[in-house]
Design a protein around this ligand. Sequence first.
Ligand code: SAM
Length: 228
Amino acid sequence: SDHQLEYPSEPTAEFWKPFYPKWPADAATQVPRFADVGCGYGGLLVSLAPLFPETLMLGLEIRDKVEEYVKQRIDGLREQGCEKGLAPTSAGSYQNISVLRSNAMKFLPHFFAKGQMEKLFFLFPDPHFKKKKHKARIITPQLLAEYAFLLKEGGLLYIATDVRALFDWMVTHIDKHPLFQRLDQAAIDADPCVRCVLEETEEGKKVARNAGDKFMLVYRRLPTAEVA
Ligand code: SAM
C-alpha cells in the first residue's frame, strides 16, 4: 500500500541525483522535465530518450515489480551506452531516463515544483469502468488543477487510450479546464512525441496487434495571465 512509499517533503534537485548518477553537473537541467505517469514497462521513455538527449525524463509506476523491470531495462541500455563511450547527454546513453515507484495520484507535488514540467504523458491509463470508480481515474478535475500547476506555461499534456468511454471522459474534463487548450491537428502531426505515444508504448503495441482503435489528444498549458 501507499504506506511504504517514500517521498520527499518538497521538490529538490538533490533528490534526483541517484536517479541520474552520470548526469553532468553542468548540464542545462538537473530535474525531470517530462513525466510518463503510469509508465508501465517503459517503452515511451526508451523511445523518447534519444530524441531529447539533454532532457531528464521520469516514469512513475505504482507496481513494484514493473518499476523494477523498467529499472533493469534502463540499466542495461546505460551499460551499452557506456561501452560505446557515449557522453551522458548524447543520444543513446540513456542517462536521461529513470523510473520512480510512486502513487502519482497522491504525491506529484512532493517531487515536482510549480512550472517544472514541460510534458506530462497519461497513456493508456487504467479505465476504471464502473461509475463508482471514476474518481480513481488519473484525469479528474482535482488532479487537472495539479497538472496545470506542475506544467510550465506552454507545456504539453498528452492523453491516449483505446477505450472510447475513457477518452470521452478525459476530453470532457480537460476541455472544461480553463488552463488547457487543445492542440490543433497540424500541431499534433508535427509533434515528434506523437509517434512514440501511439507506437512505442507497450499498450499501444498491444492495441495495434489486436487492430483496435487508438484515441489521442495533446493539450497546451495556457499562460495563467491570458485566462484571468
Ligand atoms: N503507459 C503504459 C503503456 O501505455 O504501455 C502503461 C499502461 S497500463 C494500462 C497503466 C499503468 O499505470 C500500470 O502499469 C499501472 O500499474 C500504472 N498505474 C495505475 N495507477 C497508478 C498511479 N496512481 N500511480 C502510478 N502508476 C499507476
